[in-house]
Ligand binder design. Structure first.
Ligand SMILES: C[S@@+](CC[C@H](N)C(=O)[O-])C[C@H]1O[C@@H](n2cnc3c(N)ncnc32)[C@H](O)[C@@H]1O
Length: 251
């Protein structure tokens, strides 16, 4: 397995809110007193948390608003027979499954699944991404069904087999090449902080060992499957979902 590159440090500019300090400690983010435009930072402006890269020609700036704007519209328009819902087996069931998302990123897919009624635990190793997603989720209706955990997923998956395993594991490792689906600003931020994928095969193996019903892997159109044994494929607009059904699980 290739060695992981160290992600750039992202600090939080002190906001005066106790909950921000609490979450900084929870996700392991260092708090600093002042905004520094030459560094990656999280800061609150007009009530909303922002994540930005050092300023310059290719500077990246992001906030996650689940109340209004494109993300909110995407969530409001979600249907169970959308590709991600069909891939996770939601279209045909009445009781929604529990989902583990071990490659949570900014949790947009996890938010979509929670909006559709799933109870989701989302794990993300890049602290700043977990912090930003958690900030957006914590103060919204999503908090009832979506919990963000910071850290490495492999040990969690390994420890899960005997202990209330999820019905579905939803995997979205970084694509090898930033195709159409990963050129958006939020994916550029994820790529800049998370770097290329390096443990996707062990993640799939661990996911297959714990999922009670299925493992869903989001892939780039035309890209190779992550592993053998794909049961069926659900095509999406700019991505596809490879579904690995567990023995005896309903399609
Ligand atoms: C393509 S992004 C996921 C985007 C996400 N589906 C969304 O909707 O925002 C992949 C993420 O998986 C995370 N990741 C990859 N391997 C991981 C691991 N073993 N443990 C925790 N996080 C991991 C990366 O840090 C990266 O943020």
């Amino acid at each position: 397995m290739p060695t992981r590159r160290e992600p750039p440090e992202v600090t939080l500019v002190a906001t005066g809110r106790g909950s921000d300090l609490h979450n900084a400690a929870r996700f392991g983010i260092r708090v600093v007193e002042a905004r520094d435009p030459s560094a990656w930072q999280l800061w609150r402006s007009l009530g909303r948390m922002h994540l930005g890269s050092p300023t310059g020609k290719d500077a990246l700036l992001l906030d996650l608003d689940v109340g209004q704007g494109p993300l909110a519209r995407r969530l409001r328009s979600m249907r169970r027979d959308d590709p991600i819902g069909r891939a996770c087996g939601l279209a045909k069931r009445t009781e929604m499954p529990t989902v583990l998302d071990p490659t949570a990123g900014l949790c947009r897919d996890a938010m979509a699944l929670a909006t559709l009624g799933c109870h989701v635990v989302a794990i993300e190793r890049i602290a700043a991404l977990a912090f930003l997603a958690n900030d957006a989720i914590e103060s919204s209706w999503l908090a009832e069904r979506l919990r963000v955990v910071g850290g490495e997923s492999l040990p969690t998956l390994a420890g899960m087999a005997g202990d209330r395993p999820p019905d579905v594991v939803y995997l979205d490792p970084m694509f090898r090449t930033p195709g159409d689906a990963q050129v958006k600003k939020d994916m550029q931020v994820c790529r800049a902080l998370a770097g290329p994928p390096e443990d996707e095969a062990p993640l799939l193996r661990a996911a297959l060992a714990v999922a009670r019903e299925r493992v869903v892997v989001k892939r780039e159109v035309g890209g190779p499957a992550l592993g053998d044994g794909v049961s069926f494929v659900v095509p999406g607009e700019r991505v596809r979902f490879d579904v690995y059904l567990r023995p005896g699980a309903p399609r």
